[in-house]
Design a protein around this ligand. Structure first.
Ligand SMILES: O=C(O)c1ccc[n+]([C@@H]2O[C@H](COP(=O)([O-])O)[C@@H](O)[C@H]2O)c1
Ligand SMILES: Cc1cc2nc[nH]c2cc1C
Length: 352
């Protein structure tokens, strides 16, 4: 394993179950029937486990969007051409993408990081951490070397370190990369052992004929590359993507800093599965923002035993579904800080 990955894994402590138990006990003293705030109570318990405190502050959130291109786009697996990756990065820099709009609504710090866009970018404000100009086409060769994967992981760690130093209290990780659902589906098929056809969806909106072609492309790549499910970094470098590697690093660093992470859609969840295979203790730091419409997302969620907070029929990526879920963390925090207890308010509880 690369030194940087083992070094950050060593820094990760499991979440504090005792703090969660204390939060559960406190929730039962608040003026509501026990458990009646449902998933919001589970969320508060998880945030207490992560932070170690019954009262926690999730604001301000930090959003990091990693962008990269994919050699496998040459196999006609996406509804859009590769140039859209760079064009959308320019759109992020100009503040006009959905993630810009939603990040502004929750006053999030937003950083966009180029870890492997296929062309030279002239987008002010975008962090240049380009490892290479897109991955290689996984049908013909490994998407990247292990060293390149490790460099992209470091870029993810560095981005989260900047967010943590800027005072962010919750991390949201998004991505942009034409053809990255192909890379993610290939990784997911290997990591879960599920048939390729069960983890391939429509991505940006291909037809069902193109979907069958996408399945065949991935099957060909897996037959040629033979990635080993027990070697998550090998899977990442042979059929993954530079932005997926950076997301993996970002999750590692967030967990090391004990920051809650809101996981976005399909690609983000495949990166989360990868990091949990490397370091199972990260799982306790992950909050799943939404269920994506991408077909393989449920397979990835099941592999992590995860239930997302929202189901908005979305499939955009960029971190959008995760940012929409952020106000629920604020509500969980306010519930713990502001609600009266039975004794404060003079309300009789169930036992009289
Ligand atoms: O987050 C998701 O669940 C999601 C599902 C489908 C597509 N996307 C986005 O669409 C792009 C990948 O789609 P494709 O068809 O080019 O593989 C990439 O930029 C992702 O951010 C994202
Ligand atoms: C326009 C567009 C915006 C996106 N944002 C994330 N993935 C995307 C893919 C496309 C095609």
């Amino acid at each position: 394993m690369p030194d940087i990955v083992s070094e950050w894994i060593c820094r990760i402590q499991p979440v504090e179950r005792e703090a969660g138990e204390a939060a559960h006990a406190y929730l039962d003293t608040l003026t509501k029937p026990p458990g009646s705030l449902g998933t919001l109570e589970s969320l508060a318990i998880q945030l207490s486990e992560i932070t170690g405190h019954t009262r926690f502050e999730p604001s301000p959130p930090g959003v990091v969007v990693f962008a990269a291109d994919h050699g496998v786009a040459a196999e006609a697996v996406s509804a859009f051409p590769s140039e859209v990756t760079a064009q959308m990065v320019t759109n992020f820099a100009q503040g006009g993408a959905a993630i810009n709009v939603f990040a502004r609504q929750v006053r999030a710090r937003l950083e966009v990081v180029d870890v492997g866009v296929g062309s030279d970018l002239h987008a002010p404000g975008v962090v240049d951490a380009k490892v290479r100009r897109g991955t290689a086409n996984m049908v013909h060769q490994d998407a990247m070397t292990r060293e390149e994967a490790s460099t992209a992981i470091s870029a993810g760690i560095e981005a989260v370190t900047r967010a943590a130093e800027a005072g962010c209290k919750t991390l949201i990780v998004g991505e942009m990369g034409i053809a990255n659902t192909t890379a993610s589906s290939a990784m997911l098929a290997v990591l879960t052992g599920q048939p390729v056809a069960d983890v391939v969806g429509l991505g940006t909106g291909i037809t069902s004929a193109q979907q069958m072609h996408k399945v065949a492309v991935i099957e060909r790549a897996l037959a040629a590359r033979q990635p080993d499910a027990c070697d998550p970094l090998g899977v990442l470098s042979s059929v993954g993507g530079l932005e997926i590697a950076a997301m993996t690093g970002a999750y590692l660093a967030s967990a090391a800093y004990r920051l809650p992470i809101i996981v976005d859609g399909f690609i983000a969840t495949v990166a989360a599965l990868t990091v949990c295979r490397l370091c199972p203790a990260v799982r306790g730091y992950l909050i799943f923002g939404h269920r994506s419409q991408e077909a393989g997302h449920q397979v990835a969620l099941d592999a992590l035993q995860a239930k997302p907070l929202l189901d908005m029929q979305m499939r955009l990526g960029e971190g959008t579904g995760a940012v929409l879920a952020f106000p629920l963390l604020r509500a969980a925090s306010a519930m713990m800080v502001e609600m009266a207890t039975f004794s404060d308010a003079g309300v009789s509880n169930a036992s009289g």
